[in-house]
Design a protein around this ligand. Structure first.
Ligand code: BYC
Length: 314
């Protein structure tokens, strides 16, 4: 059991904006919440390679292919930083991975939608990475040191991802009528799911209060969603893209953009495993995991032999 004095001292450190490091004492619940959230984040980065990976062989030019390849590789790197930071809490990577590909651990709802045209790739860069930056810039100030540092690095790369998506979409939106139609169609399909990336409304978010008290999150789901909408309205307008929400309206009293009702039934359905691509994503991840078993075994054997050699030599 965590004692009252220890809990109070811990909360004091959080209130003083100190970073918590892996060897520091922390409440069991803080550790558990971090493992849940950080591993979900890691899984999301890895699953997130699939929708874009789908277009690597069909990118319209060599330059576009190189950019997309680099972006997808960056997402793999993000997954690895995040699994490593989660391991600092005593979690085992293999168990975490198996918990989402065979069990019930979650990953971001956004990656359960299909990428139907190349315009979807532009829109993922702009809207999905754009939403990720808003969320992760906040997480870069998280109270847990390894998670905060991983997010600082991730955000630097996400900025490049967002810029390349926005630049491609701007070109498409200024292109032929068919290109403009493709760009608008992709935005119409991805807009509402990107708003769902920030999680359920604050009054339906069971984890927020605790995470905010511990400064794991420093802003609520709704606060982040609102900053995102405010930012995206202007960016869309600048490239002649219309956001598919007739209720979007600037509110002079709040200084923010009001927006329409998010289809929350769709969100809950997707996170329960019934989105358009949930089954396919899990199937692809299982296949990769099972086909990669020999690599993990070879690496473990190499490490074991190296250790034996070092023990003999010393
Ligand atoms: N999708 O109490 P709440 C990327 C779950 S990848 C699925 O508000 P919390 C990229 C939530 O887990 C970056 N599930 O939770 C990669 C909880 O269920 P459990 C993705 C969601 O933790 C490739 C329940 O709903 N970013 O950028 O306070 C290419 C109640 O929610 C979602 C991250 O992973 C969702 N959208 O807040 C391109 C960020 N929302 O666990 C780009 C890290 C909620 O109790 N995570 N749920 O069973 C977070 O910031 C927070 O965990 C969330 C949710 C804001 C997502």
């Amino acid at each position: 059991m965590d004692t009252r004095e220890k809990l109070d001292a811990f909360q004091k450190r959080i209130d003083n904006d100190e970073k918590i490091e892996p060897k520091d004492w922390m409440p069991d619940r803080y550790r558990k919440q971090l493992i849940r959230m950080m591993s979900q984040h890691a899984h999301s980065e890895i699953v997130g390679m699939l929708p874009e990976g789908n277009w690597i062989t069909r990118a319209p030019s060599l330059e576009r292919k190189l950019v997309l390849l680099a972006k997808v590789q960056d997402e793999a790197g993000h997954g690895l930083y995040l699994y490593s930071s989660t391991e600092t809490l005593g979690a085992r990577r293999q168990e975490l991975v198996e918990d989402y590909i065979y069990g019930t651990a979650k990953y971001s709802s956004i990656f359960n939608y299909p990428t139907l045209t190349y315009a979807d790739i532009c829109v993922i860069g702009w809207l999905v990475d754009g939403a990720a930056i808003v969320n992760q810039t906040m997480l870069a100030k998280s109270s847990y040191g390894p998670y905060a540092r991983a997010n600082i690095r991730i955000c630097r790369e996400e900025s490049f991802h967002k810029k390349q998506g926005y630049e491609m979409l701007a070109k498409m939106a200024a292109g032929t009528p068919e290109q403009r139609r493709m760009a608008q169609d992709a935005v119409n399909r991805w807009w509402w799911p990107t708003l769902m990336m920030f999680g359920p409304p604050d009054d339906e978010s069971p984890n927020s209060a605790e995470l905010i008290r511990w400064k794991v999150k420093t802003k609520t789901n709704d606060e982040l969603r609102q900053s995102y909408v405010d930012q995206m309205v202007m960016e869309a307008e600048a490239i002649g893209i219309k956001l598919p929400d007739p209720e979007l309206k600037y509110n002079n009293n709040t200084g923010h953009w009001d927006f329409g009702e998010i289809p929350w039934d769709e969100f809950w359905n997707v996170i329960k495993g019934n989105g358009p691509m949930n089954r396919e994503r899990i199937k692809a991840r299982r296949k990769a995991y099972e086909e990669g078993a020999w690599v993990r075994e070879a690496a473990m054997e190499y490490a074991r032999k190296k250790q034996l050699r070092e023990e003999k030599a010393s």
